[in-house]
Design a binder for this molecule. Sequence first.
Ligand code: SF4
Ligand code: SF4
Length: 594
Amino acid sequence: MSLKDIIAPFSVWKRALEKPYTNRKPIETRPGADRYRGFHQNAIDQCIGCGTCEEICQNNAIDLVPLEGKTSSHGDSGLRPKIDYGRCCWCALCVDICPTGSLGMSNEYIWITTDPEDFRFIPGGETKPWDDRAEGYRRAEGYDLLEAERVEMPMLSFEESQKSFIEMVQGYSKEQAMEEADRCVACGICIATCPAHMDVPAYIEAIRNDDMGEGLKIVYNANPLPASCGRVCSHACEYVCAMKHKGEAISIRWLKRYIIDQIYLGDYKEILKSADESNGKKIAVIGSGPGGLSAAYYLRLLGYEITVFDANEKAGGMLRYGIPEYRLPYEQVEKDVEYIRQLGVTINQDLKIGVDRDFKTLYDEYDAIFFSTGLKDPYGLEIAGEDLPGVQSGLDILDEVTKGKTPDIGKSVVVVGGGNVAMDAARTSRRYGAEVTILYRRREVDMPADEEEIHESQGEGCKLVTQAIPLRVEKGDSTRLKLFFGMAEMVDQGEGQRPKPVLIEGSEEVIECDTVITAIGQEADYSFIPEEIGKNLVFNRGMVQINEFRQTGDSKIFAGGDIANRKRDAISAIADGHSAAKGIDIYLTNFKDK
Ligand code: SF4
Ligand code: SF4
C-alpha cells in the first residue's frame, strides 16, 4: 500500500471549508412531467371496488380492502384498492385496465416520511398532498387493454322475426363466445348481484379454456335450468358488470347459453353430479315452474324422493306457458326438465292440487311440501266494458299459442300494460298479422319489461303510447271494440316515490280494435290450500310469508317463486328453490351433520 492510499481518505476534509454547490431545496423547483407516473390517485366514489387493478398487478402491490364509510351495494363491492409502494414498480397497468377510469397517477414523485407503513395507503381514501393534482398519468385516449363493445349477437332482422316464432337470438359461435369471454375482468361483482349467486367468472373462464364440461358443472351448481335461463334470464348481473362502465356489459346470459348449447343432454349424466342413494324421505313439490323444478333438482341430489305435481300438460310453468318460442323455444325448456326427470324426479302433469288431489292428502303422505304455484290470475282493468267479447288477458293468449291454438285476435290489437307479458302478447299478436298498439300508463323508463323486449317490440312494428290510461271499452262500429283512454301527466310524489300518472281532463282519445289484451299483472290463487292448514300460513299483500329457508308458518310447508318473492323473475324462483331444498334438508335432519 502506498503513502497516498493512506492519506487519501483524510483529503476530503478540505471540502468542509468549501461553499456547497448543490441547491438547498432542489425538489421544489423540479415538478414531474405532465404525464409522469407518480403517486396513485383514486376517485373513490367512481371506483366500484371491482379489483381488476389488483388482478393485473404483477407485483401483488394492490389489495382490495374495506374503507370506512363505504358499504357494498349493487354494482359496488364496497372495497377499495390499497397500494404498497414497497412493491409497486409504477408500470401503471392498474391505471390502464381500470374499467371505471377512476384510478390515475399524479405527477408527484416526492414523498418523505419516516414511517414505512405510510407507504401502504388507500388512494383517495387517505388524504394526500397530490390528491388534487390534475397532471399525471391517465389511460391515453384510444389505448385500451380491453374491448369496450360486446361481440355482436347474430339475430334475425325485425322484418324476418315478426313473420314467425323462430328463435330471434341465434347464439354465438365458438370464436365469438371466446372473444366475448376475453372481455371479462373476472371481478365477481355479478356473483353478488345474481339472485342465485352463479359463479359467472368461473364459467366464463371455462369458455376461455374451451372446457364446456367444466362450464356445465359450474352452471349447474347454482342453476338447474340453464338452457332456459341462458335465453330469458332478466340478467341482473349484466346491469352491474364492471365493463358497463367502460362500454358494454359482458353478454353473461348468452355466454351461459353458449355452454349449454354445446353439450348434448345425453352427455349431462357423465359430467354432472349424480343423486345420492334414496334416503327414504318423500317430498311433494307443487308447481313445475322454475322454483319447483329447482327445489326438486337439489332435493333429489340429496337423496330425497321427489314428486312434482303440475296442472299443465307440460312442465316448465311460466317458462313454458308464459314465454313465446321466439324468445325461448320449447325444446330448450324440455332439455332442462328432461335432465331433472332423468335424475329420478317424478313429474305428474295434468294434475291439479285441490281438484284432482287433495292438499291435505299430500300433507299427510309426504315428509315436506314445497309449493311454487306462481301468479296465474290476471288483474282486471276495473273499467266498464272489460267483460265484452274481445277483451282477453295476455296470459290467456300466450297459453293458447303454447297449446298450438290460433288466438282469435283479429287484425287490430291494443295491449294494455308495460311488463314482459304485455310485450310478449304484443309481439305474438304481430306474428299473427295484427296491427298492435301498446298502451302504458307511465313513461317508457318506468316500464317493467326488459329493455330488449321494449326495443324489439317496437322494432317489430308495435306502436307504443305511453302515459295513456284506459277509461272504458265499448262495442265498435267497423271493428269489435272501441277502447277509450285519456292521457296522463306524471305527478311527483316526493323523494323515493314513483311519480304517479294523473289523468289530464279533456284528453280523451279512442282506438278501434278487434281485441284488447290486458296485461297489467297477476295475482296468486291459494284456494287449493284447505283452511285448516292455511290458517297457519301468513299472507301479506297476497304473498306467502317465509323465512330465509323459505319455510312458511307451517314448519312442514315451504314456498318460493313469485308467490313469495317480489323480484318475480325466473332466476329468483330458482334461487328460492335452492334455498328451500337446503331448508327442507335441515328441517328433516334436525340440523344433524349440517
Ligand atoms: S380497477 Fe378501478 S374501479 Fe376497479 S377497484 Fe381498481 S380502481 Fe376501483
Ligand atoms: S403501477 Fe403497476 S406495480 Fe404499481 S400498483 Fe399499479 S399495476 Fe401494480
